[in-house]
Each structure stands twice: as structure tokens, then as C-alpha cells.
Design a protein around this ligand. Sequence first.
Ligand code: MG
Length: 304
Amino acid sequence: MLTNLPARVTITEVGPRDGLQNEPAPVPAVAKIAFINALADAGLTQIEATSFVHPKAIPQLADAEEVCRGLPSRAGVTYSALAPNLRGYDRAAACGVRRVAVFTAASETFARRNINMSIAESLSAFEPVLRAARGDGVSVRGYVSTCFDCPYEGAVDRRRVLEVVRALLDLGVDEVAISDTIGTAAPTDVVATVGYVLQHVPRERIALHFHDTCGTGLANVVAGLELGVTRFDASAGGLGGCPYAPGAAGNLATEDLVYLLERMNISTGVDLRKLVAAARGIHEAIGGGFPSRQMRRLEAGRGT
Ligand code: MG
């Protein structure tokens, strides 16, 4: 066990999008831009900045254009944005976004409730996005929500997860984020579902997106590392509650992930103290939030 760990892991920072879209308090664009800059300063190279969904669907991200236009281009840093359809893609591309993400689910009911489409309809809607992105040289990531449990349907069949992952790869996405949307999975679930997917799909194409609702986020990361996965999502400051568990912790906190990986001698390229400072900055901007373990530890002045 733990004998075949990767030397390096790529973290996709999703706090500015996945985190802030779930925060009830509006955050000014200028504060979002400062947050994203602080994340890049801390060494994060993949930062999901915002979402070009319809502004009425997610009012928190209605300033997507302003945020994207306010981001300085930085060598080695890729800003991405969600683009659910061609309209969203065109808005993103007009702001110079070079990486977009599409999102569907492994549970039919969740897809209908979350994006108002069946899974098949969502895949069809992505086709023109992929076509346009290919033409523009823009890379595309795909999210699959509810890969372990669905709040409406319960346990999700791993064969269904594989089908949707494959469909996205066949459409031309370069990376699929297998997501534990409600944060209920444990390492045994990760091994069962992700291990199964990896029997059919190259591990380089898979990222894991965990939530910490039940405190299993880091344990699930270790299970993913054991499977050879080297791409993980996280949200600075643990931003973003679980929409199905009001008051619960949300996305896995990036600083907790960075601590774990660096302690295991797995390079992330991220400066933990600068990251904690970035997390504190956005917590102050939203007026609260749950401090992550590393925020509590480092801000108490202990350890390094
Ligand atoms: Mg999330």
C-alpha cells in the first residue's frame, strides 16, 4: 500500500466557480479577480474562474465577462470557465477563455433537475461546443456529477458512470472529472467505481472531484492516488456548500489537499501559506464560511 505514488499531482482549483456559485452572498467581481490572482500567486496553474451559464440560473456568476476580462494572462496558468452550450461557449471565447468545461451527470434524475436535460440531451448539446472549441484550439473538460450517490436515485451504477465518461471522451473532451457531488463516497466506493472506469479509460484522462460533506474527501484522494490518478479538484477555503446538505462542508479544501500531498512527497507546485492567505481573503469577502483544517492550523500560528 502507498508504494506506487505519483511524483506530482495537478490540482484544478474550482473555488472561484464551484465554490462561489454556492455562496449566498454576492461577491464583487473585483474580489473574485483578487482571489484568482492570489490563487495563481500561490502556484495553482489550473483555475476554474467562472461559469457562462445563463445569468438567471446562477446570479452569483452573472459577472463572468467582467471576471474573465479582468484576469491578467500569466505564463503557465490556465483559466477555465463552464460553458454548458454554444451560447455560453461564445461568451467565454469572446473573453479569451482558452479552456472550457461542460457538465452532465451519471444519474438521469440529477441531470434533469440540475441542468434540465436528460443525459443524452446534454451530450447532444455539447457537440456544437466541442466542434467550436476544436476549431478555436480551446481545450474542453467534462464533469460527470453524482458518480457515486444521487440525492434522488441513491447508489449510482458504475457501468453508467463509465458510459457517460466514455461518451464525453468520444465527443472530444480531454479530461473527465468524476465527481462526488453530495460528498458521500468512501475509499471503497472510489476503488469500485473509479477503478472500474480505469479498466477502460486511460488514467491521464481522469480527474477526481471530491466533496468533504462526510469528512471522506482526503481519504478518497488517497484511494485515487492508489489507483494512479494524478488529477484532483479542490476549492480554496473549502468554498461551496453541499446543496443537498445545508450547512455541511462542501468541496474538498485545496489547502487540505496540498498539505496531504506535499506531506506524502507528492509535488503540487503550491505554496501552502500563500494558499491559506488566499482562502482567508475570500472568506473575508463572503463574510464567513468554514475555515479548512489548514486555515485553522496555520492561522493559529502553529507549524509550517
Ligand atoms: Mg464541487
